[in-house]
Design a protein around this ligand. Structure first.
Ligand code: HEC
Length: 205
């Protein structure tokens, strides 16, 4: 196999993005388990999410490898599961951090783009139509709650939150469960969540 140099530095294949985003979220979720004072319920929810994501990780990385024609690292999923089971969270975070360097989430077209005000207005419309019902006044007393996206965007790094937007939004069966938004729309939603305090406040602008 030939080590692939992307044709353009700006290119980011779909599979590379997906793998990178998933690893970024795995790292972020592990850091949440490590750092934050979470309720037992949220801890269970996060551990579940990590386990769920681990089952598809080898396939995602393989697709990313095929796309770029080079293999970066094969995760030892058995070891990763053991670290989680034994609550060796610092080692688990180190594992995800290594994998994440091998499969970085670059967020091309989403991060570091200028978003004109009219696109933020459009993002507000998207948010009100598709997201606000669950995310604006979320019920958090459950294992895997929705959170206020306006808060989450400010509490996390842009990269981590963008990765969560890539992995966390699903369409329905009609869109094949893929993220139904374009990069431009995701970038605009990010800009909305970062700059506005709430839907009501954004509407007054
Ligand atoms: C039917 C309710 C519902 C709707 C509608 C909805 N979400 Fe969610 N969303 C959730 C729940 C519940 C979770 C937590 C899932 C989990 O923990 O696995 C979530 C997770 C997420 C995450 C990942 C958060 C994380 O910490 O990783 C993001 C980002 C997100 N949603 C964004 C959106 C956006 C943007 C929209 C609108 C386009 C939207 N959601 C619409 C319920 C919803």
């Amino acid at each position: 196999m030939v080590a692939a140099i992307p044709a353009s530095v700006d290119a980011e294949g779909e599979h590379a993005r997906r793998a990178g985003a998933e690893l970024q979220v795995l790292l972020g979720d592990t850091e949440k388990l490590l750092d934050q004072n979470l309720s037992d319920r949220h801890v269970r929810g996060l551990r579940d999410r990590i386990l769920g994501s681990l089952s598809s990780l080898p396939l995602l990385l393989r697709l990313a490898d095929q796309e770029r024609g080079a293999s970066a690292a094969t995760p030892d999923v058995g070891r990763v599961r053991l670290l989680l089971a034994e609550n060796r969270l610092a080692e688990l975070a180190a594992e995800f951090s290594n994998l994440s360097s091998a499969y970085p989430f670059r967020g091309v077209g989403i991060l570091s783009v200028q978003v004109p005000p009219e696109r933020i207005k459009n993002a507000l419309r998207l948010h009100k139509t598709f997201c606000s019902a669950c995310h604006d006044f979320p019920f958090t007393d459950t294992e895997r709650p929705a959170f206020r996206l306006y808060d989450q965007a400010k509490a996390e790094s842009d990269r981590e939150f963008a990765a969560r937007m890539v992995t966390g939004i699903r369409g329905d069966v009609s869109t094949g469960l893929d993220n139904p938004f374009t990069d431009e729309e995701i970038a605009a939603l990010l800009a909305l969540y970062r700059t506005a305090e709430s839907t009501a406040e954004a509407e007054l602008r």
